[in-house]
Design a protein around this ligand. Structure first.
Ligand SMILES: [Mg+2]
Length: 195
């Protein structure tokens, strides 16, 4: 397939299928580079599992190629990088997560001190992710782009109409039609994560 294939969808204004995650990140940097001076406090929001990290058996996790230069470029261009993950927020888990982000070379480019949002056990994933994005907006940031392997990483609701969950999409899939990258779900076909 081509690196980028425009796709018509009845409910998504802008939508294209990308061949790889790297292709989507290259597109994202061009978009962010053009937009960053046009909005107050530009920001991006990234998911962790299935997005910047791929998880394998026996607690093995691998950094996804392309995200380190991506966050580096964002940070250097004055675009704040936030992480919003459904991993439960407990001291050990937070330190383990920070260590993983450090190992991937990402941690230094994330908003210091309060750029890592983790879920309280009592919260459901979808509402937690949406509320976190709202909190970031409440801090004055403009989320130009969300990136995740689940639709709920991008917006409160999945767009109506079937979209393949195992494809790299770019388009207006974020909150209020903002732009987003939807990566292939880390869950096998047929499995759905807890909302
Ligand atoms: Mg994920």
């Amino acid at each position: 397939m081509d690196r980028c294939t425009a796709t018509a969808h009845p409910n998504v204004e802008i939508l294209a299928q990308m061949r790889t995650t790297s292709d989507a990140l290259v597109w994202a940097l061009a978009y962010l580079g053009a937009m960053r001076r046009l909005v107050p406090k530009p920001a991006v929001v990234l998911d962790i599992d299935g997005t910047v990290l791929k998880n394998y058996d026996n607690d093995v996790a691998k950094c996804v190629v392309g995200f380190r230069p991506f966050v580096q470029a964002c940070s250097w261009a004055g675009i704040a990088v936030f992480i919003v993950t459904a991993r439960p927020d407990a001291p050990y888990n937070r330190q383990w997560t920070v260590n993983q982000l450090k190992a991937c070379g990402l941690w230094d480019y994330i908003v210091p001190k309060d750029g890592l949002y983790m879920r309280q056990e009592s919260e459901d994933t979808g509402p937690f992710k949406f509320n976190s994005r709202e909190e970031i907006r409440g801090r004055g940031y403009t989320i130009l782009l969300s990136v995740g392997d689940q639709f709920l990483d991008l917006a409160r609701k999945q767009p109506k109409g079937d979209l393949d969950n195992h494809t790299v999409w770019v388009g207006s899939l974020g909150d209020n039609g903002s732009l987003a990258i939807k990566l292939p779900s880390e869950f096998p076909r047929g499995d759905t994560p807890t909302p």
